[in-house]
Design a protein around this ligand. Structure first.
Ligand code: 2M8
Length: 427
């Protein structure tokens, strides 16, 4: 299917629906048929919102299929390999994590709870949908318990990422320094597949991939024991993105628990929320004037302003002074580029407007930030972010991401979560 530039919203709506249908593999949706031919965790959660626009049954099914791959201990993998496909590397055999279905051994930003709540809230709250929500609820709770049990080894109320891929912002410059101590000497030859689908200059570098694989090797050697990995792994970063997303997801899970009358769960979830609220200030970097990720191994802040820094609005945290500082950063960033929201501060030396998570705009993160800004009374900013995302899609197509300066698409096209964001929010 070709993208035909058009100002007609109806045509763009139809294209977005067609993308979701084309990428539907029966119960789950691939992010992009060529580049990412499996089910991805947070992609599926976003995609459910897109399906809700025209097929609510299918929307629920997307999240149900994802949770069908949940491990017994509550862990929810970042990739589910429902079927073989040699077009992606590293595939199931490299992970060697879980047999049936085969999965990766790392997780991804926990937004599913928020998407379940959105889905349920925006629907008829019929008996059928309430049953589906109630059936998903204990699975999501189990996943969040897994986070509480395994991903906060220092008890700070923050989420520790053990692999850059877990953050979803794979090659963000925030990970350059923490990943630099990963020993890559044991990495033999391997063949990447992403760079045979896409131009190498829009993808992570070979050095990034060597490190990604070395961390996978560590997990595999420890039989994906998440306790050992989070305590002794070579990459351990308190990720500002996952932390803010989990905090919001816990608030959404609490709303579901209350709707279902689960009193005991509510108390447990409230305690997580309070702990995070109290702990989050450790991510605030006063010099930078923003929330930034922090390396747990040496305690250093990345001191970088990324799109994830602004997720504090979505999480509903930050003092008035902190919020003002972040809004001032938005004002400054907006003057440097043409489309919001870039994944890295354009004034940072590592800013690279076409290379993946080092500069391009990603509709999904922009959506979360916009949603937070709206909730916190910054409606003009929220509308600016929505408007820019709509303009990028309208003028360019449903790309994986977009250059904040030229508006050009980068990464894969006909991308599921971009289509979903158009249908649910931007369009
Ligand atoms: C990208 O990540 C995968 C690894 O998980 C990759 O590059 O191979 C990221 O953009 C991630 O956030 C996203 O979930 C995934 C699929 O769209 O692609």
């Amino acid at each position: 299917m070709m993208h035909i530039p058009s100002k007609d919203t109806q045509i763009i709506d139809d294209s977005a629906r067609a993308i979701l249908k084309t990428n539907d593999r029966g119960g789950y949706t691939v992010p992009n048929g060529r580049v990412y031919p499996f089910q991805w965790n947070w992609d599926s959660a976003f995609v459910a919102l897109g399906f809700a626009n025209f097929n609510r049954d299918r929307a629920w099914l997307e999240i149900e299929t994802l949770f069908a791959a949940q491990w017994d201990d509550g862990f929810l993998p970042h990739i589910v390999f429902w079927q073989d496909d040699s077009g992606y590397f590293p595939g199931a055999s490299v992970w060697d994590a879980h047999e049936n279905p085969a999965t990766s051994g790392i997780t991804q930003p926990p937004i599913a709870a928020s998407m379940v709540r959105w889905l349920w809230d925006s629907g008829p709250k019929s008996e059928r949908e309430t049953k589906r929500m109630a059936a998903l609820y204990p699975k999501v709770l189990k996943w969040h318990r897994w986070f509480a049990r395994y991903r906060d080894p220092e008890g700070r109320g923050l989420v520790v990422a053990t692999h850059p891929w877990e953050t979803g912002r794979d090659n963000s410059p925030e990970w350059d320094q923490p990943a630099s101590r990963v020993d890559i000497s044991g990495i033999g030859p391997y063949e990447r597949r992403d760079t045979s689908h896409l131009e190498p200059h829009v993808r992570p570098t070979k050095l990034d991939y060597d490190r990604y694989l070395a961390i996978v090797q560590f997990g595999r050697e420890h039989c994906w024991d998440h306790d050992i990995i989070a305590r002794t792994g070579p990459f351990r970063v308190a990720d500002v993105g996952m932390t803010m997303i989990l905090l919001r997801a816990n608030r959404d899970l609490l709303a579901l628990a209350e709707a279902l009358g689960r009193r005991q769960d509510s108390a447990e979830i409230k305690a997580w929320i309070e702990k995070s609220r109290a702990g989050i200030d450790w991510l605030w970097n006063d010099e930078t004037g923003a929330f930034c990720s922090r390396d747990l191994i040496d305690g250093r802040s990345s001191a970088m302003i990324t799109s994830a820094s602004f997720l504090s609005f979505y999480a509903g945290v930050g003092t008035e002074k902190q919020r003002q500082s972040l809004i001032a950063h938005l004002d400054r960033i907006e003057r440097k580029i043409n489309w919001m929201l870039p994944s890295l501060d354009p004034d940072h030396e590592a800013f690279d407007p076409m290379r993946y998570w080092r500069g391009p705009c990603w509709a999904v993160v922009t959506f979360l930030v916009a949603r937070g800004l709206l909730d916190e009374g910054e409606s003009a900013w929220a509308e600016r972010l929505r408007h820019d995302t709509a303009a990028l899609i309208r003028d360019t197509g449903f790309y994986e991401a977009f250059c904040p300066i030229s508006g050009r698409g980068t990464g894969g096209d006909q991308f599921s979560w971009t289509a979903a964001m158009w249908l649910f929010w931007a369009g």
